[in-house]
Design a binder for this molecule. Structure first.
Ligand code: PQQ
Length: 564
């Protein structure tokens, strides 16, 4: 009993529950509900609020799940809460006891769980996957994904496909190896693994399966052994082609000259596959079906992890869309991941002048951080200015697709950086960057920019500018609404066609969470978790003045229309 594969498959259309990250495994974050719409959203009021408590309130990036009258959320520091959706009262709480010495790069966040059968699944900052009893919060099983002392951690929502819990890993800043893992949902047995860096072997049922790529085809020497490519944002699943799609982060170290990627090479031998790529994976075996590398010869920390959303375009073609950290919005073919188009979704991209007809960037070589080995003292390579910044034209915060308009709604940021390279050698559990950087806003009056993008043309239909960088997820509805939140604390509903702000509510702390909506006893509810944090306050450089006054927090806000 409990949540079935059919419930998960139909999560987008079953409006009384939300059992997957992305409100459906396509991650469209689109609800067919229209009870709440452009005409009445102005009347939306809070139904209840719930505090996550705790002494240390840090970034709350979670997406709530809703099942059988209960809301399940994860919180900072690997906590889980079950809340009665009618009253907002707590039913149970699970607090993972974390060891000293965990090494998350970018705040102690968690982006949510998954429900299957009678269990709730989520990952912890010490790189474990935990299955909890839905009713009691008791641990059913708990498995180590990888060694936190080597820099591995876990922050993404798991993905359930066919009785398997599919997860990635974090740790790209520590020279880990990005990997996708599939566990048996019932007992936590490892079914298969798929490394993202060429030369590493996958496993299936406890035995070696196939090698990822070809050893030393695109990596020099032993660099592949600590090659990065963390799968830290999880994945999507395309039921039409039975394909898992995971992204791989930056190759390690950041200093591209150490990876043979610094200079254009014959046969693209310095591409460093499959870092900074999207990879299509067979969910049964873990074998790679296709790959598309957004940033070959990566040198700016343009992780390739951003979500890949299966959708149908305005002419009826089945496509994938992804808005990469490198500033380009890509459309790929659903069958084989083949390149269809790429258009800039932020202004001022300086590392590439465009994307050619094969999908390969046209590099601006002088905007690659310089080689320290070529400098006078061998200690610091030439400092260059590159845009977007390493936090990306878009970071982890998920975009949404609207079946109402056929457009994507992309939370983006307009910023660049000064960046330089330094020498570095790998040491277990130590930062493995070989780079220094300072982020700079590109405009005085805004960094954040929510954009409505027509995926067929790349045209920006409307834009909403925000002073601070946008760091929260987006949701669309059949009622013609686009929801998102800002670091300044505002939770906003926009008109999906015009971008007009139709409603907003001040939540009291910065929003870096992901909105959801569902229906309960004939009423439509909307929820968002508020609680400022994530990478921006840690790494934001000159962006600090736009965010250093913001208060931390940790509240679930749930809204509905007043009873008639
Ligand atoms: N996490 C955030 C956040 O939640 O605000 C922002 C980032 C991460 C980044 O900008 C990263 O580059 C990043 N990289 C890794 C990695 O390479 O393993 C992991 C994470 C993470 O797990 O949160 C982030």
């Amino acid at each position: 009993a409990g949540v079935t594969e059919d419930d998960i498959k139909n999560d987008q259309s079953i409006t009384s529950q939300i059992v997957t990250n992305g409100m459906g495994r396509h991650l469209q974050r689109y609800s067919p509900l229209d009870t709440l719409n452009k005409d009445n959203v102005k009347n939306l009021v809070p139904a209840w609020a719930f505090s996550l408590g705790g002494e240390k309130q840090r970034g709350q990036e979670t997406q709530p799940l809703i099942y059988d009258g209960v809301m399940y959320i994860t919180g900072s520091y690997s906590r889980v809460y079950a809340i009665d959706v009618k009253t907002g009262a707590e039913l149970w709480q699970y607090d993972a006891r974390l060891p000293e010495g965990i090494l998350p790069c970018c705040d102690v966040i968690n982006r949510g769980g998954a429900i299957y059968g009678d269990k709730f699944y989520f990952g912890t900052l010490d790189a474990r996957i935990v299955a909890l009893d839905l009713k009691t919060g008791d641990v059913v099983w708990r498995k180590k994904i990888a060694d936190y002392k080597a820099g591995y951690s876990y922050t993404a929502a798991p993905l359930i496909v066919d009785g398997k819990v599919v997860v990635g890993n974090s740790g790209g800043e520590f020279g880990i190896v990005g990997m996708v893992y599939a566990y048996d949902a019932e007992n936590g047995d490892l079914v298969w693994t798929r490394p993202m860096i060429e030369g590493h072997m996958g496993t299936l049922n406890g035995e070696e399966s196939t090698m990822t790529g070809t050893l030393n085809a695109t990596w020099p020497g032993d660099m592949w052994k600590t090659g990065g490519g963390a799968t830290w944002l999880g994945g999507s699943y395309d039921a039409d082609t039975n394909t898992l799609v995971f992204g791989a982060g930056n190759p390690a170290p950041w200093n591209s000259h150490l990876r043979g990627a610094g200079t254009p090479a014959e046969g693209n031998t310095g591409d460093n596959l499959y870092a900074a790529s999207r990879v299509g994976i067979d969910p049964q075996t873990g074998d790679i079906k296709w790959h598309f590398q957004t940033t070959p010869r990566e040198g700016w920390d343009y992780d390739g992890v951003n979500e890949v959303v299966p959708y149908t375009d305005k002419s009826g073609n089945k496509r994938y869309a992804t808005a990469d950290r490198n500033g380009f919005f890509y459309v790929l073919n659903r069958e084989d991941g083949a390149f269809v188009s790429a258009t800039p979704f932020v202004k001022d991209i300086s590392w590439a002048s465009g994307i050619d007809e094969t999908g390969r960037p046209i590099f601006v070589e002088e905007n690659r951080p310089g080689n320290p080995a070529a400098s006078a003292d061998g200690k610091k390579g030439e400092v260059i200015f590159a845009s977007p910044s390493f936090l990306g034209g878009k970071n982890w915060m998920p975009m949404a697709f609207s079946q109402n308009t056929g457009n994507f709604y992309v939370p983006s940021n307009e910023w660049g950086m000064d960046i330089w390279n330094e020498p570095i050698t790998y040491k277990k559990g130590a930062a493995y960057l070989g780079a220094g950087f300072t982020i700079k806003p590109n405009y005085d009056d805004h960094i954040g920019s929510l954009k409505a993008i027509d995926p067929d043309t790349g045209e920006v239909k409307w834009e909403y500018k925000n002073d601070a960088p946008l760091w929260g997820g987006v949701m669309t509805t059949a009622g013609g609404l686009v929801f998102t939140g800002t670091p300044e604390g505002e939770f906003i509903a926009f008109d999906d066609e015009t971008g007009e702000k139709l409603w907003s509510f001040q939540t009291g702390s910065g929003i870096v969470g992901q909105p959801v909506t569902w229906e309960q006893d004939g009423e439509q509810y909307v929820s968002i978790v508020s609680g400022w944090g994530g990478a921006v306050p840690l790494w934001g450089g000159e962006v600090a003045k736009k965010v250093n006054y913001l208060n931390q927090g940790g509240l679930v806000w749930t809204f509905k229309l007043p009873k008639q």
